[in-house]
Design a binder for this molecule. Structure first.
Ligand SMILES: *[C@@H]1O[C@H](CO)[C@@H](O)[C@H](O)[C@H]1NC(C)=O
Length: 134
């Protein structure tokens, strides 16, 4: 039994650690969400897990954030039904795995400013058990 409880303890610790390690990514780091930044390079070496967050920092009114599909990303199209994030400190919770696309809908920031971000979200290596305590 001792072996079993050690195993369970280790498992619980790993699970809890995993949840607590949910990361918050400041998009563009200190540059924030802006024109003329290479978000492809920014995202390249990062691992985005379900449970992590993206934070878009920018001066209110200067930019916004639209979540779009692959087509919208390629062609910088936002549909009127899309909800833009506009607070300047927009937090996006990555709740599901898969590809996610975000663009700025102001002026030509996406088209000519390259203000667009594509990421792939994956499940964490060890699936966390739901735990409201963390
Ligand atoms: C992508 O989004 C656009 C605009 O919101 C929509 O018209 C189009 O049907 C979508 N395409 C796919 C493949 O979902």
């Amino acid at each position: 039994m001792a072996t079993l409880s050690v195993f369970i303890t280790a498992f619980v610790l790993v699970s809890a650690t995993n949840i607590c390690l949910a990361k918050e990514f400041i998009v563009g780091d200190e540059s924030g969400w802006t024109k003329g930044y290479d978000y492809k390079a920014w995202a390249k070496d990062k691992v985005f897990n379900v449970g992590d967050k993206l934070v878009f920092h920018y001066p209110v009114g200067a930019h916004n954030v639209f979540k779009v599909n692959a087509t919208g990303f390629q062609n910088c199209i936002t549909s009127p039904t899309d909800q833009a994030l506009t607070t300047g400190n927009d937090i996006v919770f990555l709740a599901t795995p898969g590809k996610k696309w975000y663009i700025c809908g102001v002026g030509l920031h996406c088209e000519s400013g390259g203000q667009k971000l594509a990421i792939a979200v994956q499940f964490p290596q060890v699936a966390p058990s739901p735990s409201p305590s963390c």
